[in-house]
Design a protein around this ligand. Structure first.
Ligand SMILES: Cc1cc2nc3c(=O)[nH]c(=O)nc-3n(C[C@H](O)[C@H](O)[C@H](O)COP(=O)(O)OP(=O)(O)OC[C@H]3O[C@@H](n4cnc5c(N)ncnc54)[C@H](O)[C@@H]3O)c2cc1C
Length: 473
C-alpha cells in the first residue's frame, strides 16, 4: 500500500496526529519495524493521561486509600492521628504530572527516533496533513487525538466557570465545598479524592452510581462515599447553575433541593476530538467517533487509522495502548509487505476490545471489572449463569482490613463453560483483576480453573469461593 503521491516519496511512512499515550505507542511500534515516523502534538507530549487524567487522579486518590487502609486495622490505626496533609498530597500529584512539563517525554521521542512536529495537525486529503500551515505527506496517517469532556446544556452552567476533569486533577487548593455532577467513573473517583482531601463534597447523579457496572458496585461505592461524608444525591439532575459575585455556586436540582458550593465539577461524558481535524477532507464527519476494524483501519480507507479514545471503543489508556501495538505493527506490515496477521487474537488486531476490556474504578472500595456484566451478557443473547460471593467472608480479605466489605461476581458462558465477565469490589482488589483477564483471554474452561489454586490466605481465594458457589461443571 502506498499513498497517492505520484513519483514523489512521501515525507514520512507514518504520521501520527496526537502524542498521548496511544499515539506515542503507535509511533514506537511502527518505528521499531523500520518506518520513518513523525508525531504531531498541539499541547503536551504524553496527552491527557499523563497530565490531567490517570496519573494525577490516581496520585490524588492514593494517600487517602492508604490512610483509610491503616484506619481499618486495629493496632495500626492507633499509630495515626489527624487528616491527610493536603498540600503534601497535591505536591505529590504535581510530581506525578511532571509539573505539567513534557521534557522527559520529548527526550524519549528523540531517543526512539520519532520526529516531533509541534502544532495543531489537520488532514488536508489522502496522506496529506498540515501542521500550523506547514504541509507534510505520509503513506499512512494515524489519528490519536483522544476525547474531550462534554459540557451539558444546563442554564447558567457555562457562565459559572465549572471545573472539568482537567481543573479537578490540577487544582492547587482544596475547595471548601465541591459539587460534583456525574456518577460515572471520573465523578465517583474525583468525589472520593476531594472528600479525602477535606472538601465537603455533594455528588449528584441522574441514576445510580457507576450504572454500567454490576449493581452492587455502585451501591457499595455510594455507601462508602456517604461514610466519607459525601452528600450523595441519586436520581436527580441539575436544572440551573449560578455563580454569584462572591463566587458561591448554587445548583438547583430536579427534586427541588439546591446545592451550595465553591466549585462545581462536571463529569458527565466525553466526545471524540475530531472537530477541526480536517476529517471532512477525506469524506468523514467532524465530531463523530472514527469507526475502525480490528487493525484500527478507519472504515472505507486503506491508509487512515484511528487509535485510542478517538475511535470510541474503550476510553482507557491501557486498551488504547493495546490498540496502538496492533496498529503500529499492522501499519508496518502493510507498508513493508511482510504479511498481516489479522485473525482473531493475531499480532495485528485488537481482539481484546470485544471480549476482555479490564478497568478499575479507583474509588474506595475499588471496582475492578473485566469482560461483561451479567446484564450485558444477557443483552448479547449469551446463555450465562452468574455467581456472587461476599469478599468479607474470605480469610485473606479479612486480614487486609477489619470488617472488610466487598463483593465479587463471575459471569460464565454456559455453552462454552468459560468466564466472560468478572467483577471485584473491595479494598485492594485492583491487582486481582489480571487473573480474571487471563482467564477470559485464555478461555480457560471452568473445570481447569478449579486447578488454579489461590494461595492461602490471600484475597485471590475469592476465586475458589466463586467456583465452589458455581459448582463443578
Ligand atoms: C479524570 C480521568 C481519569 C482517568 N483515569 C484513567 C485511568 O486510571 N486508567 C485508564 O486506563 N484511563 C483513564 N482515563 C482515560 C485516559 O485518560 C484516556 O483513555 C487516554 O488518555 C486516551 O489516550 P489517547 O492517547 O487516545 O488520547 P489523549 O491522552 O487525550 O491524547 C491525545 C493527544 O492528542 C493531542 N491532539 C488532539 N488533537 C490534536 C491535533 N489536531 N493536533 C495535534 N495534537 C492533537 C492532544 O493534545 C493530546 O495530547 C481517565 C480519564 C479521565 C478524564
Amino acid at each position: 500500500m502506498t499513498g497517492d503521491f505520484g513519483a514523489n516519496t512521501p515525507d514520512y511512512d507514518l504520521i501520527v496526529i496526537g502524542a498521548g499515550p496511544v499515539g506515542e505507542n503507535v509511533a514506537d511500534y511502527a518505528v521499531k519495524r523500520g518506518l520513518r515516523v513523525a508525531i504531531v502534538e498541539s499541547e503536551l507530549v504524553g496527552g491527557e493521561c499523563s497530565y490531567w487524567a490517570c496519573m494525577p487522579s490516581k496520585a490524588l486518590l492514593r494517600s487517602g486509600h492508604a490512610l483509610r487502609a491503616v484506619e481499618r486495622l486495629a493496632g495500626a490505626r492507633q499509630a495515626v492521628s489527624g487528616a491527610l496533609d493536603a498540600p503534601a498530597v497535591l505536591a505529590r500529584r504535581t510530581a506525578f504530572a511532571s509539573d505539567w512539563k513534557d521534557d522527559g517525554q520529548v527526550e524519549w521521542l528523540e531517543s526512539a527516533g520519532i520526529d516531533l512536529l509541534r502544532g495543531r495537525g489537520r488532514l488536508t486529503g489522502r496522506g496529506a496533513i498540515e501542521v500550523d500551515g506547514r504541509g507534510y505527506t505520509a503513506a499512512a496517517v494515524a489519528i490519536a487525538t483522544g476525547s474531550l469532556p462534554v459540557l451539558p446544556d444546563i442554564p447558567g452552567l457555562a457562565d459559572a466557570a465549572p471545573w472539568g476533569t482537567r481543573e479537578a486533577t490540577s487544582a492547587t487548593a482544596v475547595p471548601p465545598r465541591l459539587a460534583v455532577v456525574g456518577g460515572g467513573v471520573p465523578g465517583t473517583e474525583l468525589a472520593t479524592a476531594w472528600a479525602s482531601l477535606g472538601s465537603q463534597v455533594t455528588l449528584v447523579a441522574r441514576g445510580a452510581l457507576l450504572d454500567r457496572e454490576e449493581p452492587f458496585a455502585g451501591e457499595l461505592v455510594a455507601e462508602s462515599l456517604r461514610a466519607l461524608g459525601v452528600d450523595v444525591r441519586l436520581g436527580v439532575r441539575p436544572l440551573r447553575v449560578d455563580r454569584d459575585t462572591t463566587g458561591v455556586v448554587t445548583t438547583e436540582l430536579s427534586d427541588g433541593t439546591t446545592v451550595l458550593a465553591d466549585e462545581i465539577l462536571v463529569a458527565t461524558g466525553r466526545r471524540p476530538a475530531t472537530l477541526d481535524l480536517g476529517v471532512e477532507s477525506v469524506g468523514l464527519v467532524p465530531g463523530e467517533w472514527l469507526s475502525v476494524d480490528d487493525t484500527l483501519l478507519v472504515d472505507g480507507t486503506d491508509w487512515l487509522y484511528a487509535v485510542g479514545d478517538v475511535n470510541g471503543r474503550a476510553l482507557l489508556t491501557h486498551q488504547g495502548k493495546c490498540q496502538a501495538r496492533a496498529a503500529g505493527e499492522a501499519i508496518a506490515a502493510r507498508l513493508t509487505g511482510t504479511g498481516l496477521r489479522a485473525d482473531a487474537w493475531g499480532e495485528h488486531v485488537a481482539t481484546a476490545d470485544h471480549a476482555a476490556v479490564p478497568h478499575v474504578v479507583f474509588t474506595d472500595p475499588e471496582v475492578a471489572r473485566v469482560g461483561l456484566t451479567e446484564a450485558d451478557a444477557r443483552a448479547k443473547g449469551l446463555d450465562v449463569r452468574a455467581v456472587e460471593y461476599d469478599l468479607g467472608w474470605v480469610a485473606g480479605a479479612k486480614l487486609h482490613a477489619d470488617g472488610y466489605s466487598g463483593r465479587a461476581k463471575l459471569v460464565v458462558d454456559e455453552s462454552r463453560s468459560v468466564v466472560v465477565g468478572a467483577t471485584f469490589v473491595g479494598q485492594d482488589v485492583a491487582e486481582l483483576l489480571h487473573s480474571a483477564t487471563v482467564a477470559i483471554v485464555g478461555e480457560v474452561p471452568i473445570a481447569r480453573l478449579w486447578h488454579a489454586v489461590p494461595a492461602y490466605p490471600t484475597i485471590s481465594e475469592i476465586w475458589l469461593r466463586l467456583l465452589e458457589t458455581y459448582g463443578r461443571p
